[in-house]
Design a protein around this ligand. Structure first.
Ligand code: HEM
Ligand SMILES: *[C@@H]1O[C@H](CO)[C@@H](O)[C@H](O)[C@H]1NC(C)=O
Length: 332
């Protein structure tokens, strides 16, 4: 190859690399501020709506955070979580792993506000992730810059939900494996579980630790409260019986969760095990000591989770309403 042409090749390569870095595009196909030209107000509108909803119903912020996990960890951040059941398919929302999930109808309010400004431009998958990001801030957590450009899936993934989302009593080995498949390490897993510093757990997920006899691993000081809240060995599925995940600061995303689980006050088996498994305990201890260390890993892990295998480019679609695929809404 003549020196001039190899020089040109190198030059072109450098230009390509620089332009890819320049607009922040990553291997996921997502980028910072994807809607800069097509809907510059998108992120502000979402932030404003999340704030308004939070003022009315504080627990909406818990839901936005939990949504990131339940959508992104099931194969792809594609808002498949939000689809309603159809005549042919069951929604992910109605599977057992989604038990207790709430506030989906308020997500439509956010979508509607964005649609009023930029119809047909911003995906539900991005709205789901960005509302989660803003929910974290409302709860006192860190602001996490996140990429956008996700597109919406057309199908429910309800048949595989159980393969991807760990159960409340799953082993730490299995939990670590599931997150490792998304590039999230043990420190990241420990940080993400810190989400259980807010919100609630229904008695149906807890009674097996209370009846027929109380799990000896539970802190005896915490048991009377749990028994009072979950007085029924077989809870009435229609009654709303639950225990708050963090009695100390139930509305704040903070590192109190780690002190609770070290104190054997973790509600779920996975919470308890996290503090006792040798692979995760060192991080639990560090996060219990330092909120900054917790937030640092939390931000990193949320970013990874939110970039799990998204649909981009011309894959999927931009849904008009988050609870139905366009085809089901406009045709047939
Ligand atoms: C091993 C992994 C996990 C398991 C087994 C698990 C399981 C659960 C269960 C059983 C509940 C109680 C639901 C109810 O009874 O209403 C819950 C609540 C919650 N989870 Fe997780 N979770 C896991 C990881 C995560 C992650 C990674 C996040 C966020 C990134 C998260 C966020 C939440 C939130 C915010 C709540 C409270 C929801 C509310 O009060 O509405 N969880 N989780
Ligand atoms: C976990 O709990 C479910 C009930 O929620 C039960 O069916 C299952 O057998 C339990 N699994 C283990 C490994 O204990």
């Amino acid at each position: 190859m003549a020196p001039s042409s190899s020089c040109l090749c190198l030059f072109l390569l450098v230009v390509c690399v620089l332009s890819a870095v320049g607009n922040g595009e990553s291997s996921s196909g997502l980028m910072m501020d994807f809607y800069k030209e097509s809907c510059p107000q998108a992120e502000d509108i979402i932030r404003e709506q999340v704030k308004l909803l939070y003022k009315r119903h504080k627990n909406t912020a818990f839901s936005w955070l939990r949504n990131i996990f339940h959508d992104c960890a099931v194969q792809s951040c594609d808002a498949s979580l939000l689809l309603d059941s159809t005549r042919k398919t069951l929604s992910e929302k109605e599977t057992d792993r989604s038990f207790g999930m709430r506030n989906f109808r308020y997500l439509e309010d956010i979508k509607d506000a964005v649609e009023r400004e930029c119809p047909g431009v911003v995906s539900c998958a991005d709205i789901l992730v960005l509302s989660g990001r803003d929910g974290i801030v409302a709860l006192g957590g860190p602001f996490i810059p996140l990429k956008t450009g996700r597109r919406d899936g057309k199908k429910s993934r309800s048949t595989v939900v159980e393969q991807y989302l760990p159960d409340h009593n799953e082993s730490i080995s299995s939990v670590l494996d599931k997150f490792a498949a998304m590039g999230i390490d043990a420190a990241g897993v420990v940080a993400l579980l810190g989400s259980h510093s807010v919100g609630r757990t229904h008695c149906v997920k807890l009674v097996h630790r209370l009846y027929p006899e109380v799990d000896p691993a539970l802190n005896p000081d915490h048991v009377p409260h749990m028994l009072k809240k979950c007085y029924d060995p077989i809870p009435d599925p229609k009654a709303v019986q639950y225990v708050r995940n963090d009695r100390g600061t139930p509305m704040i995303l903070d590192n109190n969760y780690y002190r609770n689980i070290l104190d054997n006050k973790g509600l779920l088996m996975v919470d308890h095990e996290l503090a006792h498994d040798p692979r995760t305990r060192p991080y639990v201890k560090k996060m219990a000591k330092s909120q900054e260390y917790f937030f640092q890993h939390f931000g990193r892990a949320i970013a990874l989770l939110s970039e799990n295998n998204p649909l981009t480019g011309d894959q999927g679609e931009i849904r008009r309403h988050c609870n139905v695929a366009n085809k089901n809404h406009y045709e047939e």
